[in-house]
Design a protein around this ligand. Sequence first.
Ligand code: TRP
Length: 331
Amino acid sequence: MMKKQVLTGIKPTGRIHLGNYIGAIKPALRLAENVSYNTAYFVADYHGLTKVHDQHEMKELSYGVTAAWLALGLNPDRAIFYRQSDVPEIFELSWILACFAPKGIMNRAHAYKSMVEDNQNSGREADAGVNMGLFTYPILMAADILLFQTELVPVGKDQIQHVEIARDLAENFNKQYGETFVLPEYIIQEETSVLPGLDGRKMSKSYNNTIPLFEEPKKLQKLINKIKTDSSTPEEPKDTESSVIFSLYKEFATSDQVEEMRGRFQGGIGWGEAKKELFGVMNSFIEEPRSKYKELMANPHLLDSILQMGAIKAREKTIPFMKEIKRKIGI
Ligand code: TRP
């Protein structure tokens, strides 16, 4: 049986937070362990460049994403693990795909559209603060995906539209030149597809409401205490489904612990107590990866060499495929 190709990337625009872990890294790691898949995971540094314009920050954040994947258990001998900027074929393809991307689709892409709306609501010019990298972001992402003949893309809900755009561009190209690109599909974590942040909005670097995954215990506890809860008294039964505390607890506890906690929610548990329990399971889960993460961050040469090995493996696929693509377009 042919193995299915899985691919996903994380852009280095902030420290890895719980939303990244639960929405993307955790499901991706599960797929990496499954023998029926080939997996390719990468640090989307050129996507990060649409926002991060400081040399040191770019370096630090890229290493941060790399160390996070590895500390959480990604095995670079099994998955192809690389830095986007080390695989130049992605950029060649990005230009080619740009020539098959109707501008109207880019106008409708969520990230761009919401910036335009923000600008308009605050009386600025529609495109204020929008660089072309941001505008064409979905095209580069389509190149990431299509160059590896990706079938499945594990992503958070906010990235569904991007995967659909990749499909559209693949179809446009295939229509013209015959079957070339595989049409990718997304997979999302249904239950926790959009994780609420500290303020109840989606957990996102842009809202500054995240819980960094590798936070030190004291700080972690403080952040957990900040999670918004309702004003019910400890005795009142609490709804598990709508509770951020409960949905986070589920991610880190054993199934027995989850059932026990469900009972305590129904029977009445104070929010302070529930938060303490959440901190307990989270902290014991994260203890080991956190120290591994720190070790890796102190050894950037090791990170570089792992990524370079990954780029070599990636290019064994991308160089020949790029040749074929160029032949098809007559270049
Ligand atoms: N846009 C994704 C995000 O912000 C990151 C990303 C870049 C990506 N290229 C990708 C995800 C390709 C999946 C596949 O989360």
